[in-house]
Design a protein around this ligand. Structure first.
Ligand code: AMP
Length: 502
């Protein structure tokens, strides 16, 4: 039966004896062996009752078997719901309550703690451990190695990805077969991925970047992946010589640059480095080029839309920008219901085949963020130049309104980052008795540098209108980041909330 994603991503692995996954211990798995694993798991999951439209929630370590569960869910027409491995039992309780999956797959080490949670929401529990063992693998052993996929078209749901939820409860973004396949096809073309590529994959596979961007591209082209359980600097340095391409969050690149063994010689053979999920500092882009000769290609996307924009493969990869809208993706910048002229900041909206179908069981949230005519309000603030390049200046919720004036944190951060001794900065708004909100800066020093907050603020004073200047600053050893490298400004706001009111 036709199955949009299975036919494009998984079925072509049939008979492929070449490596598909290269593992850090030197082991490999061929495309055909991976597909047989998918089939065995699909039969086991079907025997456990999973069928078309059922949800399967997974909170499992990254492994070939874990990636195969994605394929098995697609084959059965079930909805794949991957969860961050860092979530606690309380958080898992929320997701299981919201998504009411038929099956919940977890690490055997957490089974005792999570089984009662799953039971409360009517989900059956199976286990999959980091080494690939567990009750799912036991049930899959000896199952048929061929699966006839369920009939699924482009508009059918393939996955729920939950947003990271820093400002409220996580929302389950409903993504269809067509959303995922169309985006993978565009990215393969744009970034020139082929079956000859070997992608170094150190990203988690519970997030759109590692699961859809990286894995779907490799599946679609029949390329290989060096499939690492996480970003371990030593392993990445050891295996980079075997790779042709790498996808990462900005912190992967700063960690590589911090190591003297990361040299032009080590990566001279590489074809492409891609960055996304959080802003890549222009300085990282420039240092990376100076060290390696490669210009990192930065792109911009999100859970609800997969990828929206990308710097070009050929043409200028402009530091500090996220490039141009992808082919087929419309982008506009809006404020108060009207489109902003080029060059002016507003909220970015996107429309295209990549845009999700809404938030699972949250019709109001869906109406607030997804317009009836298909435009999705991303919540990101940015502007588009006359030449089409898009620059993100921050999240709308991070906008600081001080004394009635808008302050875009990024504008202040860029100036602070230029002050000698400043590695990076985060600008936030804090409650202030006179101004409503006051601009506040958190500064991170470069290695070995001593920063005096007042001196740093004085250094930028004549370059910024007074209302944009931070009223105070503090120095921290580093910024709080989530697994995808995003600065968690909500934590900084909580930490310093009373600064001006105390
Ligand atoms: P997530 O849904 O977890 O993938 O987060 C999506 C958000 O990450 C976007 O809405 C942006 O705020 C941010 N983001 C992703 N890529 C970039 C990028 N290249 N530059 C700046 N922000 C980015």
């Amino acid at each position: 039966m036709p199955n949009t994603l299975f036919d494009a991503l998984f079925a072509p692995l049939h008979g492929r004896t070449e490596d598909f996954l290269i593992l850090p211990d030197g082991g490999t798995l061929s495309g055909d062996a991976f597909l047989r694993l998918v089939a065995r798991q699909a039969h086991a999951l079907r025997a456990a009752g999973l069928g078309v439209g059922d949800r399967i929630a997974v909170q499992i370590a990254k492994s070939p078997e874990a990636l195969a569960v994605y394929g098995a869910a697609v084959a059965l027409g079930a909805i794949f719901l991957p969860l961050n491995t860092a979530y606690t039992a309380d958080e898992v309780e929320y997701f299981l309550g919201n998504a009411t999956p038929k099956l919940f797959l977890c690490d055997g080490a957490k089974q005792a703690a999570l089984a009662p949670v799953a039971a409360r929401h009517g989900a059956q529990v199976l286990t999959l451990n980091p080494d690939g063992s567990g009750s799912l693998s036991d049930a899959a052993a000896g199952q048929p190695e061929v699966i006839s996929p369920a009939d699924r078209g482009p508009d059918d749901l393939a996955a729920f990805l939950y947003t990271s939820g820093t400002t409220g409860r996580s929302k389950g973004a409903m993504l269809t077969h067509g959303n995922l396949l169309s985006n993978a096809q565009v990215l393969v073309d744009l970034w020139r991925f082929t079956a000859d590529d070997v992608l170094l994959h150190a990203l988690p596979i519970f997030h759109t970047h590692g699961l859809f961007v990286a894995s779907n591209i490799s599946l679609l082209t029949g390329g290989r992946m060096i499939f690492l359980p996480g970003f371990d600097l030593e392993t990445v340095l050891r295996l980079l010589p075997q790779a042709t391409s790498m996808m990462g969050v900005p912190t992967f690149y700063t960690r590589l640059l911090d190591d003297a063994r990361f040299t032009r010689d080590l990566v001279g053979h590489m074809r492409l480095f891609i960055s996304g999920s959080a802003p890549l500092l222009a300085e990282t882009h420039t240092s990376f080029e100076a060290r390696t000769g490669h210009r990192i290609l930065e792109r911009y996307g999100m859970t609800e839309t997969n990828m929206n924009t990308s710097n070009p493969y050929e043409g200028e990869r402009r530091a500090g920008t996220v490039g141009l809208p992808l082919p087929g993706v419309e982008l506009r910048v809006m404020q108060d219901g009207t489109e902003r002229p080029r060059g002016e900041v507003g909220v970015i909206e996107v429309r295209g085949p990549n845009v999700f179908k809404g938030y699972w069981q949250m019709p109001e949230k869906t109406r607030e963020e997804l317009r009836e005519d298909g435009w999705f309000i991303t919540g990101d603030l940015g502007w588009q130049g006359t030449d089409g390049y898009v620059t993100i200046v921050g999240r709308a919720k991070d906008l600081v309104i001080s004394g009635g004036f808008n302050v875009y944190p990024k504008e202040v951060e860029l100036l602070l980052d230029e002050v000698p001794g400043v590695l990076e900065s985060a600008v936030i708004g804090l409650p202030h008795p006179d101004f409503g909100e006051a601009v506040f800066a958190v500064l991170v020093p470069q290695k070995g540098a001593e920063l005096v907050p007042e001196a740093v603020l004085a250094a930028i004073a004549d370059r910024l209108a007074r209302f944009k200047q931070p009223k105070a600053a503090v120095v921290l050893p580093d910024l709080p980041r989530n697994t995808m490298g995003k600065v968690q400004k909500n934590l900084l706001r909580d930490q310093f909330r009373g600064w001006f009111s105390a």
